[in-house]
Design a protein around this ligand. Structure first.
Ligand code: UD1
Ligand code: UDP
Length: 352
C-alpha cells in the first residue's frame, strides 16, 4: 500500500507522528509538506522531537490569502500525485493544506483518507468549517474521533466507510506523556506547577476582530496570578498591527511558540487552560486540566461535561466567571483508547 500524506500546519505534524509511525511498519509513505507553517518553532521542531520522517516534498507555499495559498498548494500537489500514483492520499483535520490535498486527489480519482472527519462547528464563517465539509464530501475513508462526528456525517448522508476510531491526538499524548514529564520548561520560564494559567489564541474569528481580542485581553488583565502564553505568530503580528502592548497585562509571560513536549508539560501542570485551539481543548481533557474555550461554539462538545471545558466566546465577564468555576469531571475516556493509528492503517490495508 502506498500512501501520500499531505500536511502543512502545526497540529497536522503532531497528528502525523503516530500515524506515520504505524504506516511505515509495513507500507510505503510519501510526505508532502505544503509549507503553510514554516517558522522553525511552527514546523521543524515537531519533525525533530517527534521523529516524524523528513518530508519527501516541500512546497514552500508560505503565508497568503486563502485563494493564493490553497491554489499554490493545489498546483504542486497535483503534479506530485501524477508522478507518485499512490493508492491513497491521506489528509488531517481542516486547514487549507487539508483542502488542497483532498481537491487535488479527488480530481485525479485517488481515494482520499480523512483523519479527523465529521467535525462540525456549524459556523460556515470559519475557514476550517468549509475546509472540513468539502474534504468529507470527497473522501473515500472517513476516520472520525467520536460518535458525534459519525452522526454529523450521517446527517449529510455520508455513511460509507465511516469509522469511529478515536482520536490520533490521544495516541500522540499517550506516546509522548512520559517524555514530556521530563521537560524543564517550568524552570526555564519560572513557573510553578498548578500555579499558572496557560493561554493560546490564534483563531481568525478572534484575532481578526479587534473588539473580540480586546475583550479577551481585558479578561486576561483581570485574572490574578501568572499567565503563560506561547503566542502564535498570527496573533503576535495582529496585536502589533493593532498597536496593543501585552507588557501592560500584569502577570502575563508571553513566550515564543514552543515544542509539543514542552506544551504537553505546560498543559498538564497548568491550573487552567484558556484557549481557542481545537487540539489544545482535547489535550486539556486528556491531561485532565480544566479548560475555558474562547469561542462561541466547539466541535468537541463531549468535553463540555462537568466544567471540564467551558465555552465562553470572547465575553470578558464569562471568561472571568469560568476561570472561577470548579471542575467536577472524572474525565471518562471519550476519544478512544490510544490505538487510533493502528486501527486506521489496518482498515485501509484490509480494504485494499
Ligand atoms: C492555520 C489553520 C487553522 C489551524 C492553525 C493551526 C487554515 C485556514 N487555518 O491557521 O485551522 O488551527 O493553522 O496553528 O488553514 N505565520 C508565521 N509563521 C508561520 C506560520 C504562520 O508568521 O510559520 C503567520 C503569518 O503571518 C500568516 C499567519 O500566521 O499569515 C496565519 O497563518 P495561516 O497558516 O494562514 O493560518 P493559521 O492562523 O496559522
Ligand atoms: N502546540 C505546541 N506549541 C505551542 C502551541 C500549541 O506544540 O506553542 C500544540 C498543541 O499541544 C496541540 C497543537 O499544537 O497539539 C494545536 O495546534 P493549534 O492550536 O495551532 O491548532 P488547532 O488544533 O486549533 O488547529
Amino acid at each position: 500500500m502506498k500512501i501520500v500524506t499531505v500536511l502543512g500546519a502545526r497540529p497536522q505534524f503532531i497528528k502525523a507522528g503516530p500515524v506515520s509511525r504505524e504506516i511505515r511498519k509495513n507500507h510505503e509513505e510519501i510526505i508532502i509538506h505544503t509549507g503553510q507553517h514554516y517558522d522553525a518553532n511552527m514546523s521543524d521542531i515537531f519533525f525533530t522531537e517527534l521523529n516524524i520522517p523528513k518530508p519527501d516534498y516541500h512546497l514552500n507555499v508560505g503565508s497568503g490569502s486563502h485563494g493564493v495559498q490553497t491554489a499554490n498548494m493545489l498546483i504542486q500537489i497535483e503534479e506530485i500525485l501524477l508522478k507518485e500514483t499512490p493508492d491513497y492520499v491521506l489528509v488531517y483535520g481542516d486547514t487549507n493544506s487539508t483542502l488542497a490535498g483532498s481537491l487535488a486527489a479527488s480530481k485525479l480519482h485517488i481515494p482520499i483518507v480523512h483523519v479527523e472527519a465529521g467535525l462540525r462547528s456549524f459556523n460556515k464563517k470559519m475557514p476550517e468549517e468549509v475546509n472540513r465539509i468539502l474534504t468529507d464530501h470527497v473522501s473515500s475513508f472517513l476516520f472520525c474521533p467520536s460518535d458525534t462526528s459519525v452522526n454529523n456525517l450521517k446527517e449529510e448522508n455520508i455513511t460509507k466507510h465511516v469509522y469511529n476510531v478515536g482520536d490520533v491526538m490521544y495516541d500522540a499524548v499517550r506516546y509522548n506523556q512520559d517524555i514530556a514529564d521530563k521537560s524543564t520548561i517550568l524552570t526555564d520560564i519560572g513557573a510553578a506547577s498548578k500555579d499558572y494559567y496557560l493561554i493560546t489564541v490564534h483563531r481568525a474569528e478572534n484575532t481578526e476582530d479587534r473588539e473580540r481580542i480586546e475583550n479577551i485581553l481585558a479578561a486576561f488583565s483581570q485574572i490574578e496570578g501568572t499567565k503563560v502564553w506561547p503566542i502564535h505568530p498570527r496573533t503576535k503580528n495582529k496585536l502589533l498591527s493593532y498597536g496593543i502592548d501585552l507588557d501592560k497585562i500584569p502577570g502575563l509571560k508571553v513566550i515564543e511558540p514552543i515544542g509539543y513536549l514542552d506544551m504537553l508539560c505546560l498543559e498538564k501542570n497548568a491550573k487552567k487552560i484558556l484557549t481557542d485551539s481545537g487540539g489544545v481543548q482535547k489535550e486539556a481533557y486528556f491531561v485532565q486540566t480544566p479548560c475555558v474555550t474562547l469561542r462561541d461554539e466547539t466541535e468537541w462538545i463531549e468535553t463540555l461535561k462537568d466544567n471540564a471545558n467551558v465555552l465562553v466566546g470572547a465575553n470578558t465577564e464569562k471568561i472571568l466567571e469560568a476561570v472561577q468555576l470548579t471542575c467536577d469531571s472524572d474525565y471518562p475516556p471519550i476519544f478512544g483508547s490510544g490505538n487510533t493509528s493502528e486501527q486506521i492503517v489496518k482498515i485501509l490495508s484490509d480494504n485494499q
